[in-house]
Design a protein around this ligand. Structure first.
Ligand SMILES: *[C@@H]1O[C@H](CO)[C@@H](O)[C@H](O)[C@H]1NC(C)=O
Ligand SMILES: *[C@@H]1O[C@H](CO)[C@@H](O)[C@H](O)[C@H]1NC(C)=O
Ligand SMILES: *[C@@H]1O[C@H](CO)[C@@H](O)[C@H](O)[C@H]1NC(C)=O
Length: 296
């Protein structure tokens, strides 16, 4: 397959900066996600960068929908009325993930953000920023379903291993290209896709979903939170936008796992063209800042 992603993203997909757990305690990562959420609420990027001992590294990479962007003028620069904010903290990788659902805002958004730190400050921020026109976007629908879900800390004796949590996220995406992969999935048996509950069917205690089986999902970047029983994968989703051929689209999937099975799955997927070309060319209006192919 020809690589259609920016070489930078390709590098990010394979290389996570080596860090030690000691340099990235959970409490430190929590100050980072709290600052990020506060900045997005206020529309003030400076609130995000302020808590660090030094200003953000000049090498800070900031991406919105796989495109290099400016922290000071990007999504963080416009206030959002946020209904739900939840974060994963991954001390092993010195990384965080935050899901923001803003349904009550005049410009409803769902944003998934992954950050990578070097123990001092943030070196990478990448967001899938979704709004009206993105894949099945409906923030009201997202919020309504989300309200019925329980995302608390998993009690100590019931936690899955880091590898176990991660493997469930991988199984989900492996199944898109391989019918033999089994994806353990329990109740309530839906994936929250955009704002739509894509429901499976419970059969003998297993949630059976309908899957494609020829899509190979590349560029996987993980954030794992063992205490939350959660993993998020940033990926490239080939063919998601029907107007872009097989170009991988910016996409993030958040999974909650319990008892060895997927419990919840939330997606955020950006379209280059409104509606991802699902309704022919008449529905699709090209969106200003959404091209995924940077320069390759
Ligand atoms: C969005 O979701 C809400 C809540 O489920 C639903 O009432 C509404 O019809 C949905 N809107 C669209 C455009 O699908
Ligand atoms: C498909 O999945 C099965 C079951 O996990 C595995 O044994 C097999 O190697 C996979 N095939 C490919 C081509 O990856
Ligand atoms: C597709 O577009 C047509 C014409 O704009 C519209 O009438 C129809 O409702 C659309 N269908 C879907 C599924 O969005």
């Amino acid at each position: 397959m020809t690589s259609l992603l920016h070489p930078l993203l390709l590098a990010l997909a394979v290389a996570v900066p080596p860090t030690t757990a000691a340099s990235c305690p959970r409490a430190f990562l929590q100050t980072v996600t709290s600052a990020y959420i506060a900045a997005q609420k206020a529309g003030q990027p400076s609130l995000f960068t302020a808590p660090f001992a030094s200003p953000p590294s000049p090498n800070l990479i900031y991406l919105e929908n796989n495109q290099l962007a400016n922290l000071a003028t990007g999504a963080l620069a416009t206030p959002l009325k946020i209904d739900i904010a939840r974060s994963l903290h991954d001390p092993d990788q010195c990384a965080t993930f935050t899901e923001l659902i803003a349904a009550g805002d005049a410009r409803p958004h769902v944003i998934h953000t992954r950050m990578v730190l070097d123990g001092v400050g943030v070196t990478l921020v990448e967001s899938v920023v979704t709004a009206q026109g993105d894949w099945l976007f409906n923030a009201t629908g997202t919020l309504e379903l989300d309200k019925g879900e329980k995302w608390g800390v998993v009690p100590e004796g019931e936690r899955m291993s880091r590898e176990g949590v991660k493997a469930l996220g991988d199984a989900y995406f492996d199944r898109f290209g391989n019918v033999s992969v089994i994806v353990p999935w329990g109740e309530p048996c839906y994936r929250l896709e955009g704002g739509l509950p894509a429901r499976g069917e419970m059969k003998g205690g297993e949630c059976v979903m309908v899957w494609p089986s020829t899509i190979i999902i590349p560029y996987r970047r993980y954030v794992v939170d063992v205490e939350m029983g959660a993993v998020d994968l940033f990926i490239g989703f080939p063919g998601l936008d029907r107007t872009q051929g097989q170009m991988p689209m910016p996409d993030s999937h958040l999974f909650r796992v319990e008892g060895g099975k997927i419990k919840y799955c939330h997606t955020a997927s950006a379209c280059v063209v409104d509606g991802c070309g699902l309704n022919g060319t008449t529905f699709g209006k090209r969106r200003g800042v959404r091209p995924v192919n940077l320069s390759v």
